[in-house]
Design a protein around this ligand. Structure first.
Ligand code: SF4
Ligand code: SF4
Length: 163
């Protein structure tokens, strides 16, 4: 029998199916910048339009456990970090704001799940870490970096995808 991610659209999935798709890479916990033409500078953002260029930084939310790549404040995250936007079936139009390796984006673009995805390895994240697809060991925390310095931390590795 084919697994649910091959037979259902993202909109058709149950809540638990949807949740299980997240690979736990934590790339979505990185600060992202867009070029702001009006201010002639890069600005920290969680929303973008089609014409804007998105840059990932290696600056991560201070509440991320960067070894496990897990949120340490999950139940309170939206209170503690108002900019923490979760992708849901109701805001799927924001999926293109996710890195190209993000499971939701891959499925929305018809690319399927990658060979390193935890769902294909009994839920274990080790293949993902080995493939360099998570943020493990690559980040600094936003409580240690001034926002004006984020531009110095722009990186391309979050844009990489394998498979
Ligand atoms: S980038 Fe996508 S797959 Fe990775 S942790 Fe965030 S929501 Fe999950
Ligand atoms: S609050 Fe948690 S989920 Fe949100 S950005 Fe921070 S570490 Fe990531």
């Amino acid at each position: 029998m084919e697994p649910f991610w091959k037979t259902k659209s993202l909109q058709q999935m149950t809540r638990s199916e949807w949740e299980s798709l997240c690979d736990g890479c934590a790339k979505c916990c990185l600060h992202k910048l867009i070029d702001d033409d009006e201010q002639d500078q890069m600005v920290d953002t969680n929303v973008m339009s089609d014409s804007e260029q998105l840059h990932f930084t290696s600056v991560a939310c201070q509440f991320l456990n960067d070894k496990k790549c897990e949120c340490t404040v999950y139940p309170e995250r939206t209170t503690l970090v108002p900019s923490c936007v979760q992708l849901t079936q109701d805001n799927l139009d924001q999926v293109f704001y996710m890195p190209s390796s993000c499971s939701y984006r891959r499925l929305q673009e018809g690319r399927g799940l990658p060979s390193w995805h935890p769902l294909l390895h009994k839920g274990k994240k080790s293949k993902m870490h080995q493939a360099g697809m998570s943020v493990r060991g690559k980040v600094v925390f936003d409580n240690l970096v001034e926002e004006q310095q984020y531009e110095d931390f722009i990186v391309v590795w979050p844009l990489q995808d394998v498979d």
